[in-house]
Design a protein around this ligand. Sequence first.
Ligand SMILES: *[C@@H]1O[C@H](CO)[C@@H](O)[C@H](O)[C@H]1NC(C)=O
Ligand SMILES: *[C@@H]1O[C@H](CO)[C@@H](O)[C@H](O)[C@H]1NC(C)=O
Ligand SMILES: *[C@@H]1O[C@H](CO)[C@@H](O)[C@H](O)[C@H]1NC(C)=O
Length: 593
Amino acid sequence: MKKKSIILIICLIVVPIFSSIRDTSNWVKVKEANKNTIINFRLGLRQKNLDILESTLLDVSNPKSINYGKWWSSDEIMDLIEPSVDDIKIVISYLLENGCFNIENHRDMVKASANVDDIEKMFNVKMATFSHKVKNQFIVRSSESYSVPREIKSLVHIVTGVSELPHYNTGPKSHKININERQESIEKGADPGLIIPYTLQKLYGIPIGMGNDSASSVCVVEFEDYASFNKEDLFEFAAATATPHINVDHIIGPFEPYAPGGEATLDVQYAGSISEGASVWFWTVDGWMFEFATDFFNTPVIPDVVSMSYGWPEPGQCDRFIAHCVDEDAEQYVQRVNIEFQKIGLRGTTLLAASGDQGAPGDSNMDCKSHKHPLSTSFPGASPWVTSVGATMLAEKPSTDSEDPYQYSAPICNKKKCATSTEELVCTYPQSLITTGGGFSNYSPMPSYQQKAVNDYFNSGVKFPNSTFFNSSNRAFPDISALGHNYFILAAGADQVIDGTSCSSPVLAGIISLLNGYRISVGKPPLGFINPLLYQLYEDNPAAYNDIEKGNNYCTEHCCAETGFESAKGYDAVTGLGTPVYQEFLNYIQTLN
Ligand SMILES: *[C@@H]1O[C@H](CO)[C@@H](O)[C@H](O)[C@H]1NC(C)=O
Ligand SMILES: *[C@@H]1O[C@H](CO)[C@@H](O)[C@H](O)[C@H]1NC(C)=O
Ligand SMILES: *[C@@H]1O[C@H](CO)[C@@H](O)[C@H](O)[C@H]1NC(C)=O
């Protein structure tokens, strides 16, 4: 009874922000497209030597390999995988002959523009203007799937910009704390208290004042081209939490600072404060993973760590009109983006992705009622080529325990209760507004780096869902976790509280950026694709992780289902290997090339 009313209060004042709603149905066709409208599109060309790309990445990221840390340049990577010069010429000639212009040759990807008339002829589609029910936005796309022109069919892997409609987070955007209501719930002892950067630094043993190297870099990516943070908020956040001012020194893509969003603000405030003096990049994407990954790879100077707090189910990656989404298209999209992620990994950049906020049921089973598809995954969170980050939360501490492990001095902690517990649990509804995502990829086979850990999980004795509902030979996620409940942020001048794996991913990004700062200071390359290291470290020294051994991810943001994954000792598809113990990570990294 008591718990129920408290939960209600928290729900009213805290809004999860993981942007994962499948909202293609919000697009409605309003009219035929104007024939002169210009469409910008991309052709992903078929690459070669992909087996070598993968084995090379696994070799240079393996801490036991003599090649550890020997990342490749983008030219070396392209020399390995690009199609033949003749094949690229055939594609470009075809585009020129069919009215395309602004053609950019990126060796395994071609960007081009054409008017609607030419697009319709080339890709055998009918273009229309679509309007978004919620966002007052128009876009021109086809209402059916494209066909690759016969003349270039054998050379083209995928086409983007013609058929797919963008996904937007249509959830509420306001996250203001109502101080009185919140204070009431805190007084009832129902709240673990606010998480601020200092909570994370103390809990994970992250040194303060050591990250003074602006040669280290961290990037947060927003897949909403209107996403932004407000620079004024950063000064107020620094003052409220007693952290150094965050220096966002690279802004890439469209940026509208007058309407700061919760997701973007959270990403900047936590990746920035945890990484301390690192150079912070803010990157907005007009498009989805293929657009981001190809643009990122094709940028000459790139940041060393990237955090992505967006995702939706792997089989939904091709959603245009739901009726036209076929699984093969989605699988092809996932596989192509995975190759693009491998290229970025081999350049020496760490990609992190939130594991999802709807537990094992995922966005395909948000109401917990599906018996046919009780489990679903999140992409890119289920990609073997990103570090998938799940969420934990702090236990509520009995108010009788007077010892304060944190000794806060940040001004915000005088105004509101900051966290007092150090005991981490699986982040789950209903104590949290979200449940950490985890499970097994629909499409990607299990990578070698996690086979031992996942085998041990299967042999741990915990209960698993019916084997018909997940593919146990595939990639298990997440890899690692960090707190994801009750984060304090300052957005649009207001105190707000946020839950989500969206919190966990930028925190991990900040930690890896600090470790990179150490690597840079001793003249070593950055950590790059870090998954093989994470599992090897666990094997060599399990004490490098705070293991969350109990709990499960049966719930979503709204309800609890009958099945899902259970935590276990060691690796599990709920919190991965656990949360990081910074000093143990640093000790290990000091032994590496
Ligand atoms: C900068 O960081 C290094 C280690 O990374 C540390 O030895 C040094 O004391 C720091 N300097 C300042 C001014 O904090
Ligand atoms: C499991 O996924 C793999 C791809 O990793 C696929 O080859 C296999 O057919 C899938 N198994 C089932 C039962 O769907
Ligand atoms: C697993 O699911 C299948 C298909 O829904 C069903 O036939 C089977 O009885 C289930 N097995 C168990 C052990 O529940």
